[in-house]
Design a protein around this ligand. Structure first.
Ligand code: ZN
Ligand code: MN
Length: 141
């Protein structure tokens, strides 16, 4: 965390106590929180925190490549401080998001009519399903 703070400083990020609290909340966070989740959690310790501060800080971190913005949930954006290449799976009932650390890039082959017209530089894979919690809940109903 300390090393990261130095890095943000060097990149010219103004580190107010509120911004530091947001960074701290995100550090090692694997829950893929939304901006609202972050706002609610950090506001407990920093009652004067505004949603705009959370939003702006997240935008700055995304622009710096320090946080990934996830579009897997059509309802709202989620944020992931783990920027190593990976995919996600979302529960379509409760919205819980899990990590998928598998590299599929080498297994994806494009037909020639595509490669003739496009130089493809990236792809995007998301998985949809129902988490075990939701499955259990439905069975006991
Ligand atoms: Zn679920
Ligand atoms: Mn993730």
């Amino acid at each position: 965390m300390q090393k990261q703070i130095e890095k943000y400083r060097k990149k010219g990020m103004k580190l107010t106590p509120q911004r530091l609290a947001i960074l701290e909340y995100l550090d090692g966070n694997t829950a893929h929180p939304t901006a609202e989740d972050i706002y609610r959690a950090v506001k407990k310790k920093h009652p004067t925190l505004s949603f705009a501060t959370v939003y702006n800080t997240l935008q700055a971190l995304v622009n710096m490549g320090e946080v990934m913005e996830l579009t897997i949930d059509p309802e709202r954006k989620h944020f992931d401080p783990d920027t190593t290449p990976h995919h996600h799976v979302i529960c379509t009932r409760c919205g819980r998001i899990g990590d998928v650390f598998v590299d599929y890039s080498r297994r994806l082959e494009l037909p020639e009519e595509v490669t003739r017209s496009f130089t493809v530089t990236s792809n995007h894979i998301d998985f949809y399903g129902v988490c075990k919690n939701c499955e259990r809940k439905r069975r006991t109903k």
